[in-house]
Structures are given as structure tokens and as C-alpha cells.
Design a protein around this ligand. Sequence first.
Ligand SMILES: Nc1ncnc2c1ncn2[C@@H]1O[C@H](COP(=O)(O)OP(=O)(O)O)[C@@H](O)[C@H]1O
Ligand SMILES: [Mg+2]
Length: 400
Amino acid sequence: MERINLLVLSDDLDLRIEIKNLVADDEFAISGYSGFTPEGKTKIINKFPEVVLCAVRGEVPESVFGFVQDLLTAARGTIVILANDNISVELVNKAAQYGIRKVLPVDGIESAEFSENISTVYKLEQQRILDTNEGKKVRCKALGFFGGKGGTGKTTLAIGVAAQLAKAGKRVMLLDLDLQFGDVAMALDLDTKNSIVDLVQDRGGITIENINGFAVEHSTGMSVLCAPKSSEYAEFVSPNHVEKIIDIMRPYYEYIIIDLPASFNDATITACENCEEIYLVYNNEILSLRNAKVCYCILEQLHQREKIRFILNKFEKGLVKAEDFEEMFQTKMFATVPADYPAALSSINKGLAVTVAHPKSEISKGICEIADKIIEVHTGVVPIKEKEEKKSALFKFNKR
Ligand SMILES: Nc1ncnc2c1ncn2[C@@H]1O[C@H](COP(=O)(O)OP(=O)(O)O)[C@@H](O)[C@H]1O
Ligand SMILES: [Mg+2]
């Protein structure tokens, strides 16, 4: 049986240990501990635990209720339970007003009873989600960035879009599936020894706890699961692994952004099959156009054509125009991102997403437009833009 993912919030370190002893190991996986702090909130949004257990001794301060209120706005769908040693009717009523599902005692209760109470609330909530179809509203989207040519900007755009979605408050996993030459870790200057290979080889198997354990938390708030450091490890990751990893991540993230290699191998094909959308990243030069055609035909044979969205990256006025692509594929370009070499180069050198290093650059504006469009298509909500960003990046670029 899958264990229920639980995060413990308490400013009292002893109480955290008491709670750990109270919850049954075989039923719950504790994904972390935190205080009622902004870091605690970030942890919850990133890890998206199924249950958050707030533990307080003595009178429950107003700030804890305020924290819960904010939390439930930011991480919809999380179940909050309060554990306290001084339960009164007033407390239970107040807790209910703030959306806390259950108030449990911390003293004089057996571990079995404590755990059963939590799992009953959890099961009831699962049933409610099933009955109301609510789960579909927060459905995850897996988005692959692909193209049959190296250097077109797949990684740059995948990183930029993922960082921008995280900045917009979305729960994002950036998955580097360029298994031989993945460079997300280097591009983001991530300090990690762990990669997807450690995950698939771990004795514990591919579980959400292991995924969280091997992924790195980036300063933008997104999680990143890196490719192996050395290309010879690529073969350890099978298509089945890829499918399972994406499947297991889905309930915990709103977006899984997948950076793919410039070739069709089994893992890439499986990733494409498991994505909702495939962004084909091209440049406006003749070889790119030809390559786009080849990729398009292969994806069509693999019955993935409906998922394709074209992104024309490093756009410069030149021989091949956006319209040429559109005419060839009889489809509108999803987005056009201008060439901006100084910004791209400097962000790589700084180990930052270009949207973080140079948010006002033309390339970042192009990336933000992609992220906004993704959110709009997914949720139907148009993200609020600053006034000066109303004109498209391409419009401004052409004006220069
Ligand atoms: N819009 C852009 N303008 C200028 N340079 C870009 C742009 N997008 C990407 N680059 C640069 O192009 C190079 C290749 O990009 P990368 O994202 O690694 O490509 P890929 O993943 O497709 O191989 C990098 O040096 C990157 O900084
Ligand atoms: Mg790449």
C-alpha cells in the first residue's frame, strides 16, 4: 500500500519527535519537518504533502490559524490536521472555521488510534475528490522540450519556462531526460551528487519520497531531477523507469517540464508518449527547418502529432521566416523567442535561468510569454502582466 505523505509543522522540537513516534511508519511517510515559517510554507508548496500535521502545545496562537489560512490558499487540496494537548469545543470550532479537518490530542492517545484518525480523514478526502471530479481541476501537465538538433535552445527554454512557472507559484518539477549529455545541473549551477540514475537504482524503488530525496530544490522553488553526470550511466534508465517516474510525480506537481535530447531513443519516445504537449524548438535557418520536418514526421508516425507546439527560438530577421514554418506545417507558431546572445551567455556563465539573471531581456520576455500561455491554456486564467510587457517580445524586437 502507498504510504500517505505527511509533513509535520511545529516550532517545538520535542513535540516533533513525539509526533514522529505517534504516526505509524507503515502508513505514513514523513516528508519533512518545519516551523510555522515562510520556509515551512515553501516546503509545503514544493513537496505538496497529502497531509500537513500542525502540532502545538498549550494555547494555539492566532498566527498558526493565519498560517493555515495562507497555506490552504497556496496549496489547495492539502489536508491540515491540528494536534494539541488542550482541546476544547472553542478550539475545535475555530479550527473548523479555518479549514482544519481534525483536531487530535497529543497526550494519552495510542499511535494506532492517532494514525487511524489521520488516515480516515485522508480516505474521506480522497473519496470526496473522486466523487466531485475535483482532482481533474488540479491535473498535472507534463511538457517536453524537444527537437532533432542540438543547440537550438531546448535546455534554455525548458529551464526558463520551469523557473517562470515556479515564480508564478506553480508546483514545478524540471526533469532532465537528456540522459547522455544533460546539462541542466550545470546550467543552474546545482550542487548535487544525485541524479535520476540514483533514483532508479535505489533499493526503495521509484516512490515520491525517493524522487523528493534525489531531486534538488532550486531557489526559484522548483524541484530539479538531474541527468547523470557521465554519459555511460544513461543506459541504466529504461523507458519503463521514465514512464513510472512521470506517473508517480503527477499527483504532486502542476507542471513536469522535461528537457529532452536531440535524438529519438526509447526513453525520449516514452517521455513524448507520456507528455501532454511536446514543444519542438527550432531556429530560423534552413537546416533547422528541414530537421523540424523530419521530427514532425516521426512524431506523426508515433501518433504524437496532436501534441506538437512549435517554438521558433533565437529568432533573427533572416532567410527563414516564422510564416515559412507555419506554411510548411499548416499550423501557427506557439511562440517566437528572439535571439539575445549576451543575455543567454551571461546567464549560463552565472549558472542562472535567463529569466532570473536578465528578466528584462528580450529572450526572458519571450520565455515569460510562453509560461503565461501555458498557464492560460491549462487553467483558463490569463496571468496578470505588467503594463509595459503588454506588447509581445517579437513586436518590440522588430521595432529595434
Ligand atoms: N534565444 C536565444 N538567444 C541567444 N542564445 C540562445 C537563445 N536560446 C539559447 N541560446 C544559447 O544557445 C546555446 C544552446 O542552447 P541549449 O539550450 O543548450 O540548446 P539545446 O538544449 O537545444 O542543445 C546556449 O549557449 C544558449 O545560451
Ligand atoms: Mg540541451
